[in-house]
Design a protein around this ligand. Sequence first.
Ligand SMILES: NC(=O)c1ccc[n+]([C@@H]2O[C@H](COP(=O)([O-])OP(=O)(O)OC[C@H]3O[C@@H](n4cnc5c(N)ncnc54)[C@H](OP(=O)(O)O)[C@@H]3O)[C@@H](O)[C@H]2O)c1
Length: 248
Amino acid sequence: MPKTVLITGATDGIGLALARLYHSRGDRLILVGRRTLADLDPQLFDDANYCQVDLSQVGAAAEIVRFLQAQKIAQIHLLVQNAGVGYVGPIAAQSAASIRQLVNVHLGAPADLTQSLLPWLHPVRGKVVFISSVAAGLPAPDYAVYVATKAALDGLARNLRIELGDALPIQVIHVGATRTGMHRKAGVDPARMDWTRFPPAEDVAANIALAVERNRAEVTLGATNWILYRSGLWLGGMIDRLLMRRSR
Ligand SMILES: NC(=O)c1ccc[n+]([C@@H]2O[C@H](COP(=O)([O-])OP(=O)(O)OC[C@H]3O[C@@H](n4cnc5c(N)ncnc54)[C@H](OP(=O)(O)O)[C@@H]3O)[C@@H](O)[C@H]2O)c1
């Protein structure tokens, strides 16, 4: 049965690959991004499925609700909260605007959007998927705010799962390093990190779609990522002390 799938951050990277994948399956798409429609592939994006909104701004969720009402969309079967931004560097050099952007895009918007879309999700027992990162369980100096907002997103999902119970499945997917534009946009120095060796967004999107079909509440994509994420959680103190010793 074709579903209605809403994807945030659908204009690039993993979100765009997910949009292409669900489009190829014949699902109805609602695609959310901050770019103008004129900058996007007309084969995939059009007036009826693209909602241009900046998720770092207060009121973004209300704009998406208005878009759904205007398009007479009454149900959402799958809400993929994927939009993300990066920042790399010491916090001393990070602007207040960048800190606020990370908090709003990774935590504020997903919380607002989940709350606002409950009337669209409840009638069909729709599923909410949060795209998190293995970094949420790991120490990652120079990515402090990014990592903290992803850990906060995990906390939001965990508690919503308990609060909403069987009425609304909530899933967190921990993605590992992926070959997307995020690293360049975040200011990562290509000499320090060669992101071309990471798996492509299309492979990661295919694994996300598989995880969505299975009903595990929390999924980490890839065995190495699973070990990394779990080690970060279970051996956290020890790893932190090692890193601090190395940085002295
Ligand atoms: N790439 C990795 O190594 C990696 C690893 C772990 C987890 N993740 C997570 O995977 C998700 C997707 O990341 P990606 O690697 O695919 O990054 P990406 O290629 O940069 O795509 C991110 C998407 O989010 C959109 N976006 C960012 N800020 C927005 C805003 N304020 N309002 C609306 N849309 C906004 C971007 O729009 P623009 O096209 O305008 O930039 C883009 O469509 C993120 O949640 C990220 O944290 C990525």
